[in-house]
Design a protein around this ligand. Structure first.
Ligand code: UGA
Length: 439
């Protein structure tokens, strides 16, 4: 009989994992302590934007393979494998990860599992957490029940969550025995049949692989953005520079897009939590460079505000169109979004800010209600003294000067993501600049 799978936590990671496990043919029970979330998922409604996921959710609610519950008793009596995908946010006023949810989920599972099972952690955690949680399970599990423990970090990207889960680049599992590895090989049999690299290792390495990957990606982005500061000073083309070094296969072109920098629910918090964790280990100097990575990243936002002031003289009373507030395209996520931060700063400096994002207006309005959220590029650009592109949605990347003909008050443009052909805009009479370019 095929394995029964539970997924604890139905946020971004959990909801995606649950729907994808159902797509792979397993029976799946998703659990969340938030009744409202469970109700909406059970109706087939996804509380966030992710291409392809609503279709999978509806398909497998209909097929009967995917159900949702708030009951640990129910999952504990039913599933063979329990994935934990609850959040590990940044602690308020502290850089460390808040492990409250992951601890609570593990404890509730341990107490409620009444048949032999494997618990598999997926959340992003500070190294050492898996071993501590394993002990929590051993101490709190029911007598006579065999409960194994494993760690299996997740590398999915927002906007590609379904694809990344169904066809991952690699699978990493931290296991302590052959039984646990065999169960995970069965769960991931489809990917393994497609020759996906399967890295079986210890708990610590599995935990570290995840944070190392995100720290590397963040560093790569800040590396090119540091060079942006140089090309802004002396001239030069940051895109060409990235292309040229990217041809070296040891470097690679991906994640070398200069712009307003990285945001979202993962990269910023993960590099801070990693520094906090290694400091706890007495290795304060080891990850100090990540403070620089963070600072370079945040300085990109200052640069956009500086350019806006430079182009407009002063911001008070000026009308600015902001295109994009999501932290990246194909997402409605505004957590730690550079774009929303810049929009808010322009508003706080006295500008009248019109914001248009194809998906993230509602989430942004919850965080920063005082901006003027509108439903199209045209509405945002109406009478604007300056247009700023901050998230590279497809509809912004294909924008041409004629699209804005007769709409704006001043033909000024800041391309915060380096995606427009500046020459075309200059030829049409625009004062346009981009991050990484001298102005
Ligand atoms: C990131 C990782 O890419 C995933 O592998 C990982 O699983 C995930 O975090 C996680 O830990 O859950 P995600 O946050 O969805 O995924 O977004 P990315 O595609 O990594 O983009 C992060 C930020 O970097 C965005 O704000 C994006 O605009 C920015 N970015 C990306 C750049 O500024 N330049 C680039 O060249 C690439």
């Amino acid at each position: 009989m095929s394995l029964r799978i539970s997924v604890i936590g139905t946020g971004y990671l959990g909801a995606t994992h649950a729907a994808c496990m159902a797509e792979l043919g397993f029976e799946v029970l998703g659990l969340d302590v938030d009744q409202a979330k469970i109700d909406s998922l059970s109706r087939g409604e996804l509380p966030f934007h992710e291409p392809g996921l609503p279709e999978l959710l509806l398909k497998h609610i209909a097929s009967g393979r995917l159900r949702f519950t708030t009951s640990y008793e129910e999952v504990g009596a039913w599933a063979d494998v329990h994935f934990i995908g609850v959040g590990t946010p940044q602690k308020a006023g502290d850089n460390a990860a808040d492990l409250t949810y992951v601890d609570a989920a593990t404890l509730s599972l341990a107490r409620n599992i009444t048949k032999d099972a494997l618990i598999v952690g997926k959340s992003t955690v500070p190294v050492g957490t898996a071993r501590r949680l394993q002990q929590l399970v051993i101490k709190n599990k029911n007598d006579g029940v065999d409960v194994g423990f494993a760690w299996n970090p997740e590398f999915l990207r927002e906007g590609f969550a379904v694809l990344d889960t169904l066809t991952p680049d690699r699978l990493v599992v931290g296991v302590e025995n052959a039984e646990a590895e065999a169960v995970l090989r069965e769960v991931y049999a489809t990917a393994l049949a497609a020759n996906t690299p399967f890295i079986s290792t210890d708990f610590e390495t599995a935990e570290l692989v995840k944070v190392a990957a995100n720290a590397f990606l963040a560093t790569k982005i800040s590396f090119i953005n540091a060079f942006s500061e140089v090309t802004e000073a002396v001239g030069g083309d940051i895109g060409t520079l990235a292309d040229a070094i990217g041809h070296d296969t040891r470097i690679g072109r991906r994640f070398l897009n200069a712009g307003v920098g990285f945001g979202g629910g993962c990269l910023p918090k993960d590099i801070r939590a990693l520094q906090a964790r290694v400091s706890e280990l007495g290795l304060e100097r080891t990850m100090r460079f990540l403070s620089e990575v963070d600072e370079i990243n945040l300085r990109r936002r200052d640069r956009v505000v500086f350019l806006a002031e430079d182009m407009l003289g002063e911001l008070a009373g000026k009308k600015i169109a902001v295109l994009g507030v999501a932290f990246k395209p194909d997402s409605d996520d505004v957590r730690d979004s550079p774009a929303l931060d810049v929009a808010a700063r322009l508003f706080n400096a006295g500008a009248d800010v019109n914001v248009y994002d194809p998906q993230a207006n509602a989430n942004a309005a919850q965080r920063f209600p005082r901006l003027n959220y509108v439903g199209s590029i045209a509405n945002a650009a109406h009478d604007a003294d300056l247009v700023i592109l901050l998230t590279e949605w497809a509809e912004f990347k294909s924008l041409s000067p004629t699209d804005l003909d007769g709409m704006v008050r001043g033909k000024r443009f800041i391309d915060g993501r380096n995606v427009l052909a500046m020459g075309v805009w200059q030829d049409a009479g625009w004062d346009i600049t981009a991050l990484g370019h001298k102005h």
